[in-house]
Every structure is written in C-alpha cells, then in structure tokens.
Design a protein around this ligand. Structure first.
Ligand code: ADP
Ligand code: ZN
Length: 607
C-alpha cells in the first residue's frame, strides 16, 4: 500500500513530529518529479529526503551508494521500520540476487541499494526496464568530482540514468560543501535543471578545539578522561605506524581501541568497522581511509593527532561526530613536526603549477585555522562562504580567549640564528645554538663562536620550539623541500629582523600546568544524575534487542534521551517519543515501558 502524504509517512513510519525546513522543500519537489541537488551537512537528515519521496511515489526508489560494506546496515535500519528494503551487490549468492530481482519485478521493494558499477551492468539495467522506478537517489554524490578526494570513476557513468529514464526524478546528495565540487556534480550528472538545496554547514552541536600545547598523547588521554568515558569516537593519525602505536597505547590505558588503515587486510578492516558500529564505546584509530558513509549517529568525538591537509578534510572528518545532534567534540593536537611537514609539502614541485597553487591555498588555510586566535566556527564557515554573524561561544577560542604577547625581540633572536648559521639547519640544532649548548655538531661547525650562541637562555627549548612553529606557520620561515627540515628566511622575515615590524603571537597554554581546565562537553551531561541508572538500563536493553545488529537501529540516543524526559508508561505516551513509529512501538514498546515502570517503582520506594 502506498502512502501519499509525506507528513503521514514521517509520523507513522519514522515516528518524527515534523520535517526540518529544508527537508520539506526537497521532499515536495522530488515527489512532484523534479531533480534535486542536496548539499546538507552530516546529520542534517539527508536520508529522509530520498526515502520519503520513494515511499510516496509509485515504484521502487533506487539508491546508488559506493559503500557495499555498509549496505547491510542501511537495509537493516529500514527493515526495522517494517519497510521492504534490499540491496544487490557482489557479495551475494546468485540465488539471493535472483530472489531480490523477482521481488523487484513484483513491485515488492520500496528501496533498493546498489553500487554504481553494479547498477550500470546490462543485467541490472534490464531489470530496471521491467520495473516501476520511483526515483534515483545518488548518495555521496561528490564521488563524481575529480576535485575532491573520494573520486570514483564508476560514478561518471551514472549519466546514463538521465538518458535511459528521462522521466524518473534524480536526487543527488552530499555533505561536501565547496563550490567547485558542486559544479562538477551538476556537470557530470547532467543536473542542470535540478533544484539546488544548499543548507548552512554549521554543526552547532560540535565543539571545536585545537591544541598546540605539546605532548599530544597525554593531552588526548586527559581529553578522553574528562569528556568521553565509555564513548565511541574516532582518532585520526597521518601514518599507519602512528595508527598502530596509538591504538596499542590506548588499549594499555584501558580503552577498547582498534586500528584501521589501508595496510590491514580486508577482513580485519571489516571486523573493526563492524565492532565500532555494533559495540558501545569503541574507539577506532585510523588514517583517512576510515569514515566515509559511516552512518553511526552516536560518534561522540573525533580527535586528530596530526593536522589534516585541508580545511575540507578537517570539516569532513570532524563532521562524523554527533550526527544525532547531541553534544560532540572535535579535538585536535598538533605540533612543530606537522607544520614542517605541511610546509615541506607546499614546496614540493612535482605537480603542475595550477594544481600546486590550489594545494598551497588549501594547506595555508588549514594552518591559518589551526593558529587562529578568534572563533574557529566563524573561520570554518567563512571558508565555505557561509556566514556566522557572531562568535559561536562553543569553540576553544570563544570559551577561553587566547592572550597575545609582543614576540618581536624573541623572533629577532630566532630569525637571526637562522641567518647566522647559514640557513641550512633544522629547528633542534638552532635551539642548541640559541641555548648555548656546545654539542659536538655545534662545535664542528664553529657556531659556538657565532654572535647568536647562547643569546636565548631566557627561554627554554619547548618555548623556542613553539616560537619556531609559529614563525613557520606564519610564513616567516620556509622549510626545505628535501625533507631535512632546514629552515630559511623569507621575504616577510626581513622587516622583523630590521626592526621595521613588530610581531604579536598567541600565548600557548602549556599542557597540564596553569590554564583553565576546558569546560566539559558531554552528551550525558544533559541526563539528570538520578536518570543515569535508567539510561544505562535502556542502553543495555537496546543492545540485547538489536540481535547483533548496530544498537542504534533499535533506537537512537536521541530517542532514549527523549524517553528519559517523558518516562512513557503506556503505548500512547510511548508513541509520542521521537523516533518511535508504529512498527517500533509494536515491536519494542512493551520492553522499554517495562524497564521504565520498574525503574519508577524503585525510585518511588527510595523517596
Ligand atoms: P545525514 O545522512 O544527512 O547525515 P541522517 O539522514 O542520518 O543525516 O539523519 C541524521 C539523524 O537525524 C538521524 O538520526 C535521523 O533519524 C534524524 N532525523 C532526520 N530527520 C529528522 C526529523 N525530521 N525529525 C527528527 N529527527 C530527524
Ligand atoms: Zn567560536
């Protein structure tokens, strides 16, 4: 039976009260048969934008998705709503494929997930010819863009859908924000006549914090202990080696931490991803190979132990936190070596000029964001041409505004040490000279006789390292491309050396000592202490009902938090809880009501 009314579908099947404003516009347009391009941040609610029209229109909604490994979970989530969902992919037996094809031909499937290469096979297209198609949804549509880092050449072939099924509406969706990707999606998928629906890219529930206080591991552990006892999250590192080491170290600290990178075999990767999705409180330590399409709504934090290569990458990776709209943290720690690596990459001259210029701008923007002393969210959104009129109040710089100091004299010492030693040494060596350490190397070059030898004893090595990092980040020093890390003066350093310009730098709060302890930002903070016990019981119940599938498929954190607020003890009350639709009420309602009643009885006895 087809529902015709979108709002009725939302309330009865999904158990949600109302559409978000953008969703309503998109869904109306697609139901009327128009093409759409949807740019919406992670957690914005893209899935409903194609699922609801697919249910409202005649026929099957075909969902093109690049992620075969996640199709099972996507389909399970829809089945939990009592919808007829299926997928066809290369992991299935031919008998299973035939069954699904048969169901398709009978018109028994509401939503079919398929990877682009499979969709474009003649056998699949022949199948579609025999069926009524409600719409094509092209998920992760930025994969058609060569500009972004997720390019998949199979996406290029999707143009055929437009030619072969001109009357079927197509809806392309992505969380990637930039203008150039958007243009490529329109061009490569022939979406010239599509309505463009572009949301704000702000993720207000994510708190941004970027720390440069040294000792990244200790800071990470403190951050996790303060904010994320027992929470699921992702820790990003640049190299496979660092991924392995960090995961092992976190395990030693008593966390469940699993490595994920392209060097692990497919089975291990799949196991780790699956445990992350199914168990509570798993931390995945990963390279950028991990994350696309991960639908887990309750990732409570994303931590970076290295600077990402661009603001786009930073935004996308941090965006995996807090999809459910509950408080989440995006935390990063970086240091001198990160800045040196990025700067060295900028000098790398393999790429053609045009490409190089673009890369430089991207790296420069990322460094700028890291070294910023004003609101991070404003800068992040401005980068995507999105405007936030006032500082956000929910980033580290808003919460603990950094102070600055006059660094002119210190910078002059640091820069002239570079100059006097011939612009061919790295930071560690320069610091030895500044501190007047007569090491073997220093002596062998005769730098103990230089005027800069020992002029920096008013500061310690860590402070000099921080200063050099800031000078490099600001472009007052360049880094040699050969990878030796030697630093050189730039055009911009001369006015400072000559005393024609002064330099203000941000105070770095040293880790641990001094500095206000960052205010906690936790999802569980919204749960009243007397409800914590019930919260745990509801979570346990959810896991046991999930039967090995991801627990959020039963109910999301948001639904459980709503239950704590409302304490429903009847079906009628339960159906008012967000995310409790008709089918889930019948299937799970009694079990949750029983736990809530029991808890109420005991707390009455206490009183
Ligand atoms: P995206 O794909 O854009 O990252 P999702 O489709 O996964 O976002 O939706 C994010 C979360 O918001 C999900 O838990 C979803 O169920 C919830 N959600 C989406 N639309 C609504 C709505 N209209 N009312 C309440 N919750 C919603
Ligand atoms: Zn801010």
């Amino acid at each position: 039976m087809k529902h015709t009314d979108a709002l009725d579908i939302l309330q009865t099947i999904y158990g949600y009260e109302s559409f978000r404003p953008q969703q309503a516009r998109i869904i109306d347009s697609v139901i009327s048969g128009n093409d759409a391009l949807v740019l919406m941040p992670t957690g914005g609610g893209k899935s409903l934008c194609y699922q609801v029209p697919a249910l409202a229109r005649d026929g099957t909604g075909i969902v093109v998705s690049p992620l075969i490994a996640l199709m099972q979970d996507q389909v399970d989530a829809l089945k939990a709503l009592n919808l007829n969902a299926a997928f066809i992919n290369s992991s299935m037996s031919s008998a299973a494929v035939r069954d699904t094809e048969e169901a398709m031909r009978c018109g028994d499937i509401d939503l079919l997930y398929v990877a682009p290469e499979r969709l474009l096979m003649p056998s699949t297209l022949n199948l579609l010819d025999d069926c009524t198609i409600a719409l094509f949804a092209i998920d992760e549509a930025h994969c058609v863009s060569q500009w972004g880092h997720d390019f998949r050449k199979e996406y290029m072939g999707l143009n055929v859908l437009h030619e072969r099924y001109p009357d079927v509406p197509r809806i392309a969706l992505t969380a990637t924000a930039d203008q150039r990707t958007r243009e490529e999606i329109v061009n490569n998928l022939s979406l010239d006549n599509a309505g463009q629906f572009i949301s704000s890219f702000d993720r207000p529930n994510i708190r941004y914090a970027i720390s440069d206080a040294g000792n990244a591991r200790d800071s990470l552990l403190r951050f996790l202990d303060d904010n994320h006892q027992g929470d699921a999250g992702i820790v990003y590192c640049l190299s496979r080696k660092k991924v392995e080491e960090t995961a092992a170290w976190l395990c030693k600290q008593g966390r469940t931490a699993l490595p994920y990178h392209a060097g692990l075999d497919a089975a291990t990767r799949e196991l780790h991803q699956s445990r992350f999705l199914r168990e509570e409180g798993v931390v995945v330590v990963a390279t950028i190979a991990f994350g696309m399409g991960i639908d887990k709504p309750d990732v409570r934090f994303v931590a970076h132990l290295n600077l990402p290569k661009s603001v786009e990458a930073y935004y996308q990776e941090t965006g995996r936190a807090g999809r459910d709209g509950q408080p989440a943290n995006a935390w990063m720690s970086y240091g001198l070596q990160d800045v040196i690596n990025l700067r060295a990459m900028m000098g790398d001259s393999d790429a053609d000029e045009q490409h190089k210029r673009v890369e430089h701008q991207k790296l420069e923007a990322m460094l700028g964001l890291a070294e910023l002393s004003t609101c991070r969210r404003q800068a992040l959104l401005a980068y995507f041409d999105d405007e936030l009129p006032k500082p956000c109040g929910n980033c580290d710089n808003c919460l603990h505004p950094p102070t600055t100091w006059d660094a002119t004299e210190a910078a002059q010492k640091a820069l002239s040490c570079v100059y006097r030693t011939g612009q061919r040494f790295g930071v560690n060596y320069l610091i030895d000279v500044l501190l007047g350490k007569p090491t073997e190397r220093v002596l062998s070059f005769g730098h103990d006789k230089q005027s800069t030898f020992g002029i920096g004893t008013d500061r310690n090595a860590t402070q000099w390292r921080t200063l050099y990092r800031q000078l490099i980040a600001k472009g007052l020093l360049s880094v040699d491309v050969g990878g030796h890390g030697s630093v050189m003066l730039t055009e911009q350093s001369r006015p400072i050396l000559r005393g024609e310009r002064t330099l203000q730098l941000r105070h770095i709060k040293s880790a641990g000592a001094g500095g206000a302890k960052p205010r906690r930002h936790q999802a569980v903070d919204q749960i009243a202490p007397e409800d914590r016990g019930l919260w745990e019981k509801l979570r346990t119940l959810r896991t046991s009902l999930a039967e090995g599938k991801p627990a959020y498929i039963v109910f999301s954190d948001s639904s459980l938090i709503d239950m704590l607020d409302q304490k429903p003890t009847s079906h009628e009350q339960m159906s008012a809880v967000s995310g409790v639709g008709k089918h889930k009420l019948e299937k799970y309602g009694d079990a949750f009501i029983e736990v809530i009643r029991e808890h109420d009885m005991f707390s009455d006895m206490d009183a």
